[in-house]
Design a protein around this ligand. Structure first.
Ligand SMILES: [Zn+2]
Length: 246
């Protein structure tokens, strides 16, 4: 398949993800009303909603109220477009669909965590249910491995939340459990390990640059999202390295 089609597909998915990022934390329906400007609430039409191009045509301003459009919109679209291309090249065709699903979910979770400090239940609970269901049809992840992934992901972050006295949010725990149902315990183990690595390095960096103070909560979902993407793209490499270790 031409790579440009994969990229455009990712942009369109990214546009839908922006709707999720805006509406899920506000407990709004994804289906109705149709897309609107978050500032003036004017209805948006297909030309306004063209992924990436709409933002460029409108020079980053709403056509109706001229208020600036958040740079998050083109960024999420571009990230999902690029992620779709990367996954297309690095995943076997049979694992491409679940990889795209979890990447999209993690991207939404990262953005809602950054903007609102939450990972909505309306995102993670359906993802968890769908992951368990999908394991009955998946050629790669058995229902047993899916449940083990759920327990491993949810359990390890729950343990950290207990040990650190609330240093890990409930949304992060449910997100990791939901990813486990789609990935199975083996790949989830890599995501867990990488998320601590990314979160640790990111946290130290934020403290050193004084962007965050020692007592500020640091959102963990972005670290999970980046770790997930690295694991999906580098699974073969990481698995080989893992088995080579004594
Ligand atoms: Zn507007």
């Amino acid at each position: 398949m031409p790579v440009i089609l994969i990229f455009v597909f990712g942009l369109i998915v990214g546009s839908f993800l922006n709707t999720c990022i805006h509406r899920l934390p506000r407990k709004e329906s994804l289906l109705a009303p149709p897309s609107y400007c978050p500032r003036c609430r004017h209805r948006l039409y297909p030309l306004d909603l063209l992924p990436l191009l709409g933002y460029l045509f409108l020079q980053g301003k709403c056509r109706y109220c001229r208020e600036p459009i958040s740079w998050r919109y083109p960024t999420v679209e571009l990230l999902m477009g690029l992620a779709a291309v990367a996954l297309y090249y690095h995943r076997e065709p049979a694992t491409l669909f679940p990889a795209l699903v979890v990447t999209a979910v993690a991207l939404v979770a990262a953005c809602t965590d950054l903007e609102h400090g939450i990972v909505p239940d309306a995102l993670v609970l359906p993802t968890l249910g769908a992951g368990l269901l999908y394991s009955f049809f998946s050629p790669l992840v058995s229902p047993g491995s899916s449940i083990a992934g759920l327990l491993l992901g949810g359990g390890s972050l729950l343990a950290i939340a207990f040990l650190s006295g609330g240093g890990m949010g409930g949304g992060d725990i449910k997100l990791m459990a939901a990813l486990g149902t789609w990935l199975g315990w083996r790949l989830l183990l890599i995501v867990l390990f990488l998320s601590f690595l990314v979160g640790g390095i990111g946290g130290i960096w934020l403290l050193l640059l004084k962007i965050k103070g020692g007592r500020d909560p640091i959102p963990f979902a972005p670290a999970i999202a980046l770790a997930l993407f690295l694991a999906l793209v580098g699974e073969d490499f990481l698995m080989n390295y893992y088995w080579l270790m004594p």
